[in-house]
Design a binder for this molecule. Structure first.
Ligand code: GLY
Length: 270
């Protein structure tokens, strides 16, 4: 729970420890430093020795524009994230990713796979918020859209311990992914709403619709989850990628579809 002042912090403690909203899980709390700044996602492949970074990306976790409302799994992402300058990119590698992989090996828990660091950046200062042992969703969508290298040999090299010398080739153009969610998500939402318009997207160049929570009922595509579609577009620059992603979103419809309209705006500040 992110508390912006002491009153919010007391309310949070009461919810957890007095009202027991999370049951026994609330018997212990961890109080962490409140960090401000801009978040970015940094993913890399590692075979336990080599660390091969992917391009930078940025998620949009809250449900509403301007980062308002409760956190979700992610309402959109774009790559690259200009907040991760070349200098910060190198620092994240040398100060975070490589020491983490080396440290895990030294502790006898060698890690193989995708390592994802969520970082907070403020005035050139770098803090690690979290690690995930997986790709990011929806960060993976713009990343895979831009990845020109074949993914399967990279995954095999990750597993086989042969990542040394592997390089990844990226499309220079930015990619923006807008998540279309079911109305009510991340709270209660209804499934089973028919989705219209996805077929029309095939005509749009450099636009991909990634399916997250969808299913076919007979021949009809239906929403079947909280986050339903990741509508992803590349453009000549970030503004163009954003415009093209929202043009595609406009062609798709299902009852009570919800999406943010500001995906990529943080990057446009730069
Ligand atoms: N998009 C945030 C995550 O995958 O954890």
């Amino acid at each position: 729970i992110i508390s912006k002042n002491i009153v919010d912090a007391h309310t949070a403690i009461d919810r957890i420890m007095v009202n027991k909203e999370f049951g026994d899980a609330g018997d212990k709390v961890i109080i962490e430093q409140f960090l401000t700044g801009e978040e970015a996602s940094f993913l890399a492949f590692t075979d336990g020795e080599e660390v091969i970074p992917m391009a930078s990306s940025q998620d949009h976790k809250p449900i509403y524009n301007y980062d308002e409302g409760p956190n979700t799994g992610g309402m959109g992402a774009y790559s690259p994230a200009p907040v991760v300058t070349d200098e910060l990119f190198d620092r994240i590698m040398t100060e975070v990713m490589i020491p983490t992989v080396k440290g895990m090996k030294a502790e006898g828990t060698r890690y193989t796979g995708v390592l994802y660091a969520g970082v907070m950046i403020k005035d050139g200062e770098l803090k690690v918020l979290e690690f995930n042992a997986r790709f990011g969703d929806p960060e993976a969508q713009p990343l895979f859209h831009r990845l020109k290298s074949d993914l399967s040999p990279v995954l095999l090299a990750t597993i086989n311990g042969t990542l040394k010398g592997v390089t990844l080739e990226w499309d220079e153009r930015p990619s923006v992914c807008v998540v279309m969610a079911s109305g009510g998500y991340p709270g209660k939402y209804q499934i089973g709403k028919e989705i219209f318009g996805v077929d029309t997207i095939h005509e749009m160049k450099d636009v991909v619709v990634f399916h997250a929570g969808t299913t076919y009922i007979g021949r009809h595509l239906n929403a079947n989850g909280g986050r339903v579609l990741g509508v992803t577009a590349m453009g000549t620059d970030l503004q163009d990628a954003k415009d093209r992603a929202y043009k595609a979103v406009d062609k798709i419809d299902f009852h009570q579809a919800h999406y943010r309209t500001d995906i990529g705006d943080k990057g446009l500040k730069y």
